[in-house]
Write a protein that binds this ligand. Structure first.
Ligand code: SF4
Ligand code: SF4
Ligand code: FES
Length: 895
């Protein structure tokens, strides 16, 4: 490792990094703006100046930008030299010439990198007395606020939005001394990752528009580490709350999953937790629901369940592993369902089986980023698992950068090439039922019906097995590309149907065996704990309903699940009507809760603690961030209390961790989940818990000072290592327990770069999360997908129905958030104009679809990007309730 000398002190430094990141990792304060660890260096802001010396005799030195300087052995430099210190002061002075002095009313204030860097350089007085340059701000949609006067022209926003995330509706516009970062006209930002501008921008140009509606300074927020509940990827997040209200979400760094970023659904879906219609107290009595106390609710539940012949339990892929387990323990394994439709149940179970068998290995997002050749078979990552889209984009980009590596240019300095190659396509192959955003960077696309895609998948797997290098057919070309890749990746989806899942696994397995090393397989799943409930197992919802319909069961407990989304609403209504007693436990006033005899108010993900298992099979812990208003309880706790009333003396679990321990004891495959994060008993060296609130020095004294002059006792929280207080451990915690990012002098999110975790050191406390799914049998098992039998041809009025997720609208929780709801596309059936022509369906006209035992009517949306013979409808809309998985549909215009 090279040795560098900084102001006379010797340090070891990695050779493949730029000097700025090395200095930051060494804990040396050096201001910067344009450098970003995920986007590298461009040398735009001139803020990170240091003085370097040539050899021992050089006394004068020369000023260089640290972010543009490679590390070399023996490098001698100064950060403190008076000339370079003055240089940095002048740089920030000129950057501040046009910057408004509006910190008190700026949403970035108190967590602003520009504030931090201004203080760090010592620039304290404004000498400029002239008029400032001003701009007109733009309307950028419901997520991001724009205040261009605060811009310091660092170009980070542009580099993130266009080069990193592939957005095309945002740019830099310039005339004379005016440089403008925005859209060419007002309008909603099109990128699914636009919210990252909030942290990427080092000033207050881009701020969280949803936070504005209930604004709170960073130092007034209660925060704790959490996991995004809006898809199966499991991005790490930090929710912030105050006065019993969830205020915002920002990304929490995880080097193997989401890195520094999250998607807009994950960031802006949180406002469902503040829904004024939320259940805040138990309510009893079908129809005319009356608030009752918890003891009364428990008494009624106990009495009613005892009177039932047989009680069934419906779990939920959006509830924690612990809550699902306690419900399973309450009703018994033979009376429990994970609460998903039969088609989804089959898909999730198959995904778990495929990831267990191998030899292909499930891909973490960071591994997907490192893939240089990718095949998407029947999935739509942008809409199903948005951060996988971002990872694929980085993979495509990295593969294009062979030129950079061949030229010996370090990756941190790749910007000119990245810029030059931004529209060049990469080694990405897409085979799907309809066009998708990622096709803009794909080498080849193939849009076809589900059976044609499954046949293509089987042919690719066959070509990979044969390893024939001169096969120039599409399957041959794709197989060759995967076989010759440094790191191949196959992406599939549970919603694409079992045939495509098997075909994708068969390709990945064939490639693994041919290369004698595991190919990566990423399978997207519909919800945040789909894999968790899938692993718990149980019967299909259809099966449970059949038992109720046959009169063999008359009691039902539904955990955080709206059954009207899962099955035909008519059937659900009929099933619920025939019950003797229905208990619904939820935080949203769903249709199911409205039909319940007893509705118990549950906490949201931000108000309780638990474990979720993501699409790669990684168990991750989320923690209670705040105490909600009202008589709201965690689901696992309400179910445990019911269990104790049913079987006194059992289930003496005081925390979700203890419930998880019981599950791990019963079923050892869950045991690694206990290691996903340090235990609730974690304390620092002097016995303190981690403070959920920022340091007392932050400026706050008594947070309730407007309402009372004493500080009440904070709520007890024995189930977590966190305290509801400013008092407690404030230094760097174990990696899974970061409640916020802060470092002396660093108040913005960029304090993260000062953490040991981020710098690549082995994480203190271990890497957050534990994998529960891994291939068991090396490369050997011969698990091949049978080539699916060709289905009977479609009749003239038939079509393949492909229900697909949409990023804003399909997911149950985020669609309740007003900002997300405002950008949801209307429900339509997307049809190729060829099919529409044959069936005499006009664009916008109503269409009736008969499929999966249901009839539903939606407007037609003629879209040449949809394969001929396919009708695409959105999952999760009331208009398409209960539809999941590929099926045939009869289609007709509504006359
Ligand atoms: S808007 Fe923000 S990120 Fe973009 S150039 Fe200006 S200061 Fe930098
Ligand atoms: S990709 Fe999924 S888990 Fe990640 S932030 Fe978006 S919705 Fe949340
Ligand atoms: S951070 Fe080095 S020039 Fe901007």
């Amino acid at each position: 490792m090279p040795t560098i000398h900084v102001d006379g002190k010797a340090y070891e430094a990695p050779a493949d990094k730029d000097l700025l990141s090395v200095l930051i990792d060494l804990g040396i304060n050096l201001p910067y703006f344009c450098w970003h660890p995920a986007m590298g260096s461009v040398g735009a802001c001139r803020q990170c100046a240091v003085k370097v010396y040539h050899g021992d005799s050089d006394q004068h030195g020369r000023i260089v930008m640290a972010c543009m300087t490679p590390v070399s052995d023996g490098l001698r430099l100064s950060v403190k030299d008076p000339e370079v210190t003055a240089f940095r002061q002048r740089v920030i002075e000129w950057l501040m010439v046009n910057h408004p002095h509006d910190c008190p009313i700026c949403d970035e204030g108190g967590e602003c990198h520009l504030q931090d860097m201004t203080v760090m350089t010592g620039h304290a007085y404004r000498r400029y007395r002239g008029r400032k340059r001003t701009y007109r701000n733009q309307y950028l949609g419901p997520f991001v606020n724009h205040e261009m006067n605060r811009c310091i022209q660092c170009y980070r926003c542009l580099r993130f939005y266009r080069d990193y995330a592939g957005g095309r509706d945002f740019d830099v516009f310039a005339s004379k001394d005016h440089t403008y970062f925005g859209r060419y006209e007002d309008g909603v930002l099109e990128s699914e990752f636009s919210g990252n501008l909030v942290e990427v921008c080092p000033t207050g140009v881009f701020t969280d528009k949803t936070l504005k509606a209930h604004y709170t300074r960073k130092w007034d927020l209660e925060t704790a580490p959490s996991i995004c509940a809006h898809c199966g990827i499991g991005c790490n997040i930090i929710p912030g709350a105050r006065y019993g209200m969830l205020r915002r979400i920002y990304p929490r760094f995880h080097p193997e999953i989401n890195g520094y970023f999250i998607c807009d659904r994950g960031r802006y879906g949180y406002e469902f937790a503040n829904d004024p219609r939320r259940l805040r107290a138990p309510v009893s009595g079908k129809g005319q629901q009356q608030p009752v106390s918890w003891p009364e609710a428990m008494r009624q539940a106990q009495e009613a369940l005892a009177a039932c012949e047989r009680v069934l339990g419906v779990g939920s892929p959006r509830a924690s592993l612990e809550a699902n387990y306690v419900l399973q323990a309450l009703v018994g394994e033979d009376a429990f369902s994970p609460g998903i439709s039969a088609a989804e149940h089959e898909g999730v179970s198959l995904a778990i089986d495929l990831l267990r068998r191998g030899p292909a290995r499930s891909a973490a997002l960071a591994e997907a980023e490192s893939a240089d050749t990718m095949l998407i078979l029947g999935a739509d990552p942008t809409n199903e698992a948005p951060m996988l889209d971002l990872a694929i984009r980085q993979g495509v980009h990295r593969a294009r950068l062979d030129l950079v590596r061949e030229a010996g240019i370090p990756e941190w300095n790749d910007y000119p090439v990245r810029n030059q190659l931004q529209d060049r396509r990469g080694r990405l192959f897409i085979a799907a039922v309809a066009s998708m955003k990622l096709e803009a960077i794909a080498e080849e696309t193939y849009y076809a019906t589900p059976p044609e895609l499954a046949a293509l998948g089987a042919s690719i797997a066959e070509a990979a097995r044969k390893r024939s290098g001169d096969d120039q057919t599409l399957p041959g070309r794709v197989a060759q590309a995967l076989l010759s890749a440094k790191q191949p990746l196959v992406v599939a989806s549970v919603s694409g149907g079992p045939d495509l899942l098997r075909a994708a696994a068969s390709i990945a397995n064939s490639v693994s065996r041919a290369r004698e090393t595991a190919c990566l397989l990423a399978i997207t799943v519909p919800e945040c704990n789909s894999i968790g409930v899938g692993m718990l197992g149980g019967r299909t919802l259809d099966d449970l309903f059949a038992e109720i319909e046959s009169g063999r069961a008359d009691g039902l407990i539904v955990l955080e699940n709206d059954l009207f989304r899962r099955e035909s609403p008519e059937r659900v209504a009929e099933v619920l009507r025939s019950l003797r007693f229905l208990i619904a436990i939820d935080h949203l006033p769903t249709r199911t809760a409205a039909q319940a005899d007893l509705a118990l108010p549950a906490t949201t993900f931000a108000e309780t603690t638990g474990t979720l298992i993501n699409n790669e099979g990684r168990a991750q812990r989320f923690y209670r961030v705040f105490v909600p208003e009202g008589e709201v309880r965690p689901s696992w706790q309400a179910l445990r209390d019911l269990l104790q009333t049913q079987r006194p003396g059992t289930a003496a679990w005081a925390s979700p961790e203890e419930a998880l321990g019981a599950l791990a004891e019963e079923r050892p495959e869950f045991a690694p989940a206990l290691e996903a994060a340090p235990p609730a008993t974690w304390r620092d060296r002097v016995g303190q818990k981690i403070a959920r609130e920022s340091h007392r020095d932050s400026g706050r004294t008594a947070k309730d000072a407007d309402r009372r002059v004493f500080e009440p006792q904070p709520p007890a929280d024995p189930a977590t290592p966190f305290a509801f207080s400013m008092e407690g451990y404030q230094a760097e915690p174990p990696a899974a327990l970061y409640p916020r990012y802060w470092y002396p002098g660093w108040n913005s999110v960029q304090a993260l770069y000062r953490s040991h975790f981020e710098s690549g050191s082995p994480p203190y406390g271990g890497m957050p999360g534990r994998r529960l799914l891994a291939p068991s049998g090396g490369l050997a098992p011969a698990h091949e997908a049978p080539t699916p039998a060709s289905p009977a041809p479609l009749a003239t009025d038939e079509i393949w129905l492909a229900p697909r997720a949409v990023i804003f609208g399909s997911e149950e929780l985020s669609r309740q958030a007003p900002a997300v709801a405002s950008v949801m596309p209307p429900p339509t059936v997307r049809l190729n104009p060829v099919d529409a022509g044959k069936l005499a369906i006009a664009d916008g006209a109503s269409v009736r679809l008969h499929a999966q035992g249901q009839v539903f009517v939606v407007p037609a949306n003629l879209d040449p990007g949809v394969a001929v013979g396919v009708a695409v409808v959105p999952i999760g809309y009331p208009e398409t309730a209960g539809i999941f998985g590929i099926s045939r549909a009869r289609i007709e215009p509504v006359t």
